[in-house]
Design a protein. Structure first.
Length: 273
């Protein structure tokens, strides 16, 4: 099972007995379960990450559900399996957005909740911008008109509306996906924009609902980089050691300690805070 193989991979990494650890066994087992990722072709790291998180969530959720089923609640005298929808994955990575939708005709306000594990942020510039610029772009109010109109319950018809997202539950670890692959003039291309991101004190309070009491400041702990173009590329990673606080570069079999100054890279694709 892929979850077991992933556990073995983590164990080998933290034992510290090797200069580097290959995820080949995990990749092989995972590829059998998800054939799209078994081929030796260009794959998208964000899509792979979503699939891995979903797979681990389902595996750990099932284990928890079985434990609940084996030990019924003394009060209810029944299984709590149907109530078990959480796992270590959701506890660490899952947040919640709320989309406030206001009808421009009758001014009625409705809220649509949506869970997330990764926030895909647009890059509003072609040359240089900051992570805050990307967040501002993602959370700015938008108009829903023409084919995107809402069906207003109170007006009982399709109406123009505004929509604004806010975070109602901030995850312990928040993952940002920088949307570097975009359409321009009917052609898909990669944006090489320099996105400046903070190493610490990332404040998400401007985007968090007043009803949310979660921590709003984050520190960078890992970066996934993509070098190359749409047809060919190479992934590397920067990770911060949780004990020593030193940064390390992971480039296939080469694992090296790097200074903080090298962590800010134009190739950043996924950011973990």
């Amino acid at each position: 099972e892929s979850a077991t193989a992933f556990g073995c991979l983590l164990s080998d990494m933290w034992l510290g007995e090797f200069d580097y650890v290959s995820p080949e066994a995990f990749h092989s087992i995972f590829g059998k379960r998800y054939p799209a990722f078994s081929k030796r072709t260009q794959q998208d790291a964000q899509e792979f990450l979503i699939c891995v998180l979903d797979d681990l969530h389902e595996a750990f959720k099932e284990v928890r559900a079985q434990l609940c089923q084996e030990r019924p609640s003394p009060a209810a005298g029944a299984s709590t399996r149907s109530l078990s929808g959480t796992s270590i994955v959701t506890q660490l990575f899952e947040g919640q957005l709320s989309y406030a939708i206001r009808c421009l005709t009758c001014k009625a306000l409705s809220n649509k909740p949506e869970s997330f594990t990764i926030l895909s942020l647009p890059i509003p510039s072609t040359r240089v911008c900051s992570l805050q610029d990307c967040l501002e772009c993602f959370f700015q109010p938008d108009m829903l008109t023409r084919n995107n109109q809402i069906h207003c319950y109170w007006c009982d018809s399709n109406q123009d509306a505004t929509v604004k997202a806010s975070i109602t539950k901030a995850p312990q670890i928040i993952i940002f996906h920088l949307k570097r692959f975009a359409w321009q003039d009917k052609h898909r291309r990669k944006l090489s924009t320099t996105v400046c991101y903070p190493f610490s004190d990332l404040d998400l309070s401007p985007y968090i609902s007043t009803s949310c009491c979660d921590n709003t400041e984050y520190s960078l702990c890992a970066v996934v980089n993509h070098a190359g173009d749409l047809d060919y590329g190479h992934y590397t990673a920067f990770c911060k050691h949780s004990v020593t606080k030193h940064w390390y570069s992971f480039d296939d079999a080469q694992v090296t300690e790097i200074p903080d100054s090298e962590v800010q890279a134009d190739t950043a694709y996924l950011l973990f805070y």
